[in-house]
Design a protein around this ligand. Sequence first.
Ligand SMILES: [Zn+2]
Length: 52
Amino acid sequence: MEEEKNKYFCEEHLDWAFDDYLIENEEFPNVFEVEGHQCDYCGKQAKYKLER
Ligand SMILES: [Zn+2]
């Protein structure tokens, strides 16, 4: 089963998202700009997402 590995986050939580992603996946993600999502950490408007 393919896990959902995308992380959405605002500019403020970029470092957090990267750290969590590296711990969980042990590889560097790609960063994409997004609209219409919430930050996984604070619930504000997300500006980016991480994806394999
Ligand atoms: Zn945030």
